[in-house]
Design a protein around this ligand. Sequence first.
Ligand code: ASP
Length: 344
Amino acid sequence: MTVQAGLPRVTVFSLGGTIASTNDSGGANAGVTPRLGARQLVDSVPQLRETAELETVAFRQTSSGDLTLRDLVSLAAEITKRFEAGVAGVVVTQGTDTIEETSFALDLLVCGPRPVVVTGAMRNPTLAGPDGPANLLAAVQVAASPQATGLGTLVVFNDEIHAARFVRKTHTSSPATFHSPTAGPIGWMAEGRPRIAFRASELQGKPGAIDAEIPAVALLKCAIGDDSRLVEQVAALGYSGLVVEAFGGGHVPARVVPALERLAGRLPVVLASRTGGGELLRETYGFPGSERDLRSRGLIPAGFLDGLKARVLLSLLLAAGAGPNAVRVAFEQVDASVTAHAVA
Ligand code: ASP
């Protein structure tokens, strides 16, 4: 590849997913699997040559549901090495199924102002109108842009720019699957230029260095008529923490409360909402099982984080050796990361 002098240096890490998925025969019945690495992805988008000086790393080749937080810790270490070597930005291509978790994990694990941009595709390269090339080009354009400095980890998809802390996958097949229901996208692409409408404040409450195993954290979604049988098994099954996706603003059936309180006396139990938008209430309701009641019994509010992101944060905090008080403080700090923002 011929490289134009003076272009920003960007490293592209590929992890697999639909953007990299093809089949041998090209036949419709074969089923696609991740086969393309970062070099092949980059070579298929000629416009990238005018955008950045690119290094490619085939880091994993998997469906994103098989990635682990341990993979993300290793990837964050590789990204940090690239930044120390002077790379301007990093792009990660991967499956979309877990982008809302992986991007937030990278946001928590990578320090410094340089951008990490995660992208993928909903239409694989064997289909008409695959979205991978356009998403990859936009992701590199963002990663190479000084405007992306200090924004934390971003998800660039379908010409929208999302902050990792807010983004969710909302559709099984639409190329417009990524949304940030609570805050909206922080920007968009226009004729190849990133346009940043607002800058979220720097993410606080990051876990710090992780050398140890990553403890298992359970995620339970409340449903109508639930009892406490699953909650009662959490500690016995060896989980080190629990995230509860509660009803609405943070409510559970009254009959589940004693088991949650008992568990919160032994392990960190984080309270998130199952709604997928908005933040947890703090001061509104007083009935047994309400957000006020559960806080008074030791549950930790997830703030604006949804259950998936709260689970990533709790897992990484526990892996970094955080005790109960440090976990509580970190959740408060992450939540405070939205209190100040300025128009770019
Ligand atoms: N199964 C794919 C994955 O690895 C789906 C995708 O990339 O959209 O997440």
